[in-house]
Design a protein around this ligand. Structure first.
Ligand code: MLT
Length: 410
């Protein structure tokens, strides 16, 4: 009989979001008339912008015509998309990133897990706590950790608490670390990293030979012009950082699927005997071996995000979701809750009232107000006593949810 990868047996029973879905389905089964408002998973609700729909549709028509049909495309992505990203996402912000350093993919969730293929198992990994669970679980799966303790913290990982007390700005690691996951704007706390904070991380990585795995999936929600959108806006970051980009939350691609990973050519790792190896080549090898590229149609849709109409329609979407974030933040603050985030990010991070645990508040909100959020403890031990609400919803649902929550708190 085949042996299984026993590292999977160390994982907590279910991935956070399916576990929430399971509890909500059970509640809905018992209360078929309840009109449940789902603000748990950060999934977009608004339709695709018209410029993107037209980009997708035009590409679909090309695929239906013998003269313009295409089969396999370049695994790394079509030039038209990589060039647009290099120009508009990086070079226009003073970040020195070339098109051939960008690898188009079907999701940054997948890529933050897949990137582990090119790193040795004995690297020391640090994550912020609370943390997007994918960073932790994928390290468990490849065997980089021991078992979890009672708080769900895995032996072998270094957790850097980001709490209200430290302004969600974790201390730098005090022990040896080789890979550090950073996510800014942050999921789940909604915190952002100032330029000075990112400079501190880049200086740390350069000094200690560490690599930053920088998840910028929410960069489009930054409203403060002083906050960098890319780690590569920081001088020297090219030599120490990989960045993950996504079209999911800005262009509404959670169901379409398109993202990118940036691996600069100057980024080096080393072998056990000290040879320096460019990671770009390793990732290119991994990507071209295990992936056949994002569909032409989807890449044309993504490229439409960079047209004049696409940019202005996406800006409208972001304004819409951020107005939801403001309603949630201000509405819940005025109901007496301690609320963080929601200014440069689509997530609101709430201190649970009356010292309730995260899951107790989840259950209370679900049963008394029929609103679903995400328990902070699901993102890590330092998230206990917190609760996340997502601003991705219709305006009517957001207004209704705020009213319902205010009523149960009154
Ligand atoms: C979340 O709710 O944290 C996100 O939707 C998860 C994801 O983007 O994979």
């Amino acid at each position: 009989m085949a042996l299984v990868n026993e590292h999977y047996l160390k994982l907590k029973a279910g991935y956070l979001f399916p576990e929430i879905a399971r509890r909500v389905a059970a509640f809905a089964g018992r209360n078929p008339d309840a009109r449940i408002i789902r603000m748990g998973i950060g999934d977009v609700t608004e339709p695709l912008p018209p410029a993107i729909v037209e980009g997708l549709a035009a590409a679909a028509r090309e695929m239906g015509d013998r003269a313009t049909f295409r089969g396999y495309g370049p695994e790394q992505g079509y030039e038209f998309l990589r060039e647009a990203m290099a120009r508009d996402d990086f070079q226009s912000r003073g970040a020195d990133i070339a098109a051939d350093e960008i690898f188009v993919s079907d999701g940054s969730k997948c890529d933050t897990g897949n990137i582990l293929d090119i790193f040795a198992p004995d690297n020391k990994v640090a994550v912020l706590d609370p943390v997007y669970p994918v960073y932790v679980d994928t390290n468990v799966m490849v065997g980089r950790t021991g078992d979890a303790d009672a708080n769900g913290r895995y032996a072998g990982l270094i957790y850097l608490p980001a709490t209200a007390e430290n302004g969600f700005e974790p201390e730098l690691p005090t022990e040896r670390v080789d890979l550090v996951y950073l996510c800014y704007p942050n999921n789940p706390t909604g915190a952002v990293a100032s330029r000075a904070s990112l400079e501190r991380w880049v200086a740390y990585a350069r000094e200690h030979g560490a690599i930053l795995l920088f998840d910028a999936a929410y960069e489009a929600f930054i409203t403060d012009p002083s906050i960098p959108h890319s780690i590569y806006e920081i001088p020297g970051a090219r030599d120490v950082a990989i960045e993950f980009r996504s079209f999911s939350k800005n262009a509404g691609f959670t169901g379409v699927r398109c993202a990118a990973t940036v691996v600069p050519k100057s980024l080096l790792g080393r072998t056990a005997n000290g040879d320096r190896i460019p990671l770009h080549g390793l990732w290119n090898r991994r990507h071209t071996t295990k992936f056949n590229g994002v569909s032409y149609i989807v890449q044309r849709g993504a490229a439409a995000a960079y047209s004049t109409e696409g940019r202005s329609q996406i800006a409208g979407l972001i304004r819409f979701y951020m107005a939801n974030a403001t309603l949630l933040r201000e509405g819940l603050q005025s109901a007496g809750l301690e609320v963080h985030g929601g200014v440069n990010a689509p997530y609101i991070w709430i201190k649970t009232p009356g010292g309730l645990s995260s899951w107790s508040f989840f259950d209370r909100l679900l049963s008394d107000s029929h609103v679903v959020g995400t328990p902070g403890s699901g993102f890590g031990a330092a998230g206990e006593g917190y609760f996340r609400l997502s601003a991705f919803n219709s305006r009517a649902n957001v207004e209704e949810a705020v009213e319902r929550i205010r009523r149960i708190l009154a």
